[in-house]
Design a protein around this ligand. Structure first.
Ligand code: XMP
Length: 507
């Protein structure tokens, strides 16, 4: 595997993505917790950072355990750090070194740069620049503005590049990454979904004892479903899935998904706990209080159901890699915008061992693994859906009546997206029921009814998003259909806010 040491760059996860796309396994570790060099580690990538190496507070770890023993590639800050540690001069850049640049001189015989065309476009993003290299460092590529775009350390496989090969604007960045990971580090390109399934099934069989019983909360989402299939393949009916209907799911979702699970042969029990959730939500209008009430109720219901499984001693969770990576914060702890952690504290409460078969995977890798395991298309390619469900799309108090109104409007919107072949064009879509009434006219009658907002966004990871530019004709069709068919709604609006500054959900 490749070890990526993170110095806090916004691009660190992209480095990992690019390496995984080469079917090579890699892990990100914060520089403060650099793992000891083992035989498994075939190479090390040092990430970028928002810091300057000239800042006395900047990350400056001892890298001697890696240097000269395995290939090391410093990217941007990583490159500047290696040069700085050996006595090179890293100074503020006098000209702009952000954005597109072209490598005008490249040593094409160099194993790191082999296959890159002269003039190839790369992406720069640094305030500092390497002015003079320490002794023993050789420049292997440059641009008209950035003399040392890439260097190597003579006599050992240590390299630095000041551009970012991991972003798509570096058009041949993938070739460079492949040169490093495959040719220089000698990694096998064997990290495929099928390989992952086979080896994870074995790992699970070796970890979970022959009489152990595992429980898993299923949500109908991709992650928990894929985790269930992997465990099912490893231990069969000793996996006990629990699928809780919290009364806040989409229309007919509970029945449909439960049916799919049964068809897959999973040992799953459905639990209808809607009334408990509605009771817990009664009287709450504050978004965070609603989330807490739902989280608490879920734990109560799940705990009760789990106790019905004789001998349960493991809790499986669908945690995925982005949830695990400890991001390096160089600017203090992040503020909580919304508490997305739905059921924190569950394993401690229940005194169970935790197994997380998807801990190492990015979202699209989870989908590939799900595909390899035969998860049906309707679950594999569904939009993300928040744990607290429709409760955070009903602004104000959640009541069973309001859930029903929203479910009807939401079903019209989502079915419409599928019908018009727009479902896969958007990253996520849903309807928000607003806490206001507005005046309308139907026939000769004055109406005074509720308003819904349609929300559809394009995004890569949900961190940033743009409102989806859906065709007017489609929006007109949906608006008509909702107003005509859903009693209690007389007005439909479309949300045209991007994230940031808005968020995807309204609460
Ligand atoms: P926001 O609204 O923060 O949403 O832009 C980003 C993504 O997170 C989902 N979301 C949640 N998911 N529990 C969840 O499991 C939550 O409390 C929660 N709040 C928002 C949202 O649907 C979007 O995909």
């Amino acid at each position: 595997q490749i070890l990526i040491l993170d110095f806090g760059s916004q691009y660190t996860q992209l480095i990992a993505r690019r390496i995984r796309e080469l079917n090579v396994y890699c892990e990100i570790h914060p520089f403060t917790h650099a793992p000891a060099l083992t035989e498994d580690i075939r190479g090390v990538v040092l990430s970028g950072s928002p810091c300057s190496v000239r800042d006395p507070e900047a990350p400056n770890p001892d890298l001697s355990q890696y240097l000269g023993r395995v290939p090391v590639l410093g990217v941007c800050y990583g490159a500047q750090l290696l040069a700085h540690q050996r006595g090179g001069d890293v100074l503020p850049a006098t000209i702009r070194e952000y954005g597109r640049a072209h490598l005008t001189h490249i040593n094409q015989h160099h194993p790191l740069l082999h296959g890159l065309r002269p003039g190839t476009q790369v992406w720069m993003s640094h305030g500092d620049t390497i002015k003079t290299l320490p002794e023993g460092f050789l420049t292997i590529a440059g641009t008209p503005d950035v003399q040392v775009a890439a260097y190597e350390l003579e006599g050992q496989p240590t390299f630095g590049i000041q551009f970012h090969p991991e972003v798509t604007h570096s058009t041949e960045g993938k070739i460079l990454m492949q040169n490093f990971v495959v040719n220089i580090c000698g990694c096998d390109q064997s990290w495929t979904p099928e390989h992952f399934v086979d080896s994870m099934v074995l790992t699970l069989q070796n970890t979970i004892g022959p009489d152990d019983q595992v429980i898993l909360g299923l949500s109908g989402g991709v992650d928990s479903s894929v985790a269930a299939l992997l465990l099912h393949r490893a231990i069969g009916p000793r996996l006990h899935g629990i699928f809780v209907d919290n009364g806040l799911l989409r229309k007919d979702e509970y029945e449909g998904v439960l049916e799919s699970y049964k068809e897959l042969g999973l040992n799953v029990r459905g639990v209808n706990a809607s009334q408990e959730f509605y009771a817990a939500l009664a009287g709450h209008t504050d978004p965070e209080k609603k989330r807490k009430a739902i989280g608490r109720t879920f734990i109560e219901v799940f705990d009760r159901e789990a106790h019905k499984v004789d001998g349960a001693n493991w809790l499986a969770q669908g945690t995925i890699y982005p949830d695990v990576i400890e991001s390096v914060s160089v600017k203090g702890p992040a503020v909580t915008i919304k508490s997305h952690h739905n059921v924190g504290g569950l394993p401690e409460l229940m005194n169970l061992k935790v197994v997380e078969p998807l801990r190492a995977l990015f979202k699209d890798e989870v989908r590939e693994v799900g595909d390899a395991l035969g998860l049906p298309h309707n679950i594999l390619h569904r939009h993300p859906f928040p744990g607290p469900g429709l409760a955070i799309r009903i602004l104000g108090e959640v009541t069973p009546e309001r859930v029903q109104i929203l479910q009807r409007a939401d079903a019209i919107f989502i079915d419409g997206l599928r019908e018009f072949d727009l479902y896969n064009e958007v990253w996520q879509a849903g309807v928000m029921l607003l806490p206001i009434h507005s005046v309308g006219v139907m026939g000769d009658e004055r109406t005074y009814e509720q308003v819904v907002a349609l929300r559809a966004v394009t995004s890569v990871d949900g961190m940033t998003a743009d409102w989806a530019h859906l065709p007017y004709q489609f929006l007109a069709h949906i608006s008509n259909k909702i107003i005509n068919q859903v009693r209690g709604i007389n007005r439909v609006v479309y949300d045209i806010s991007s994230k940031p500054p808005a968020t995807i959900e309204w609460e």
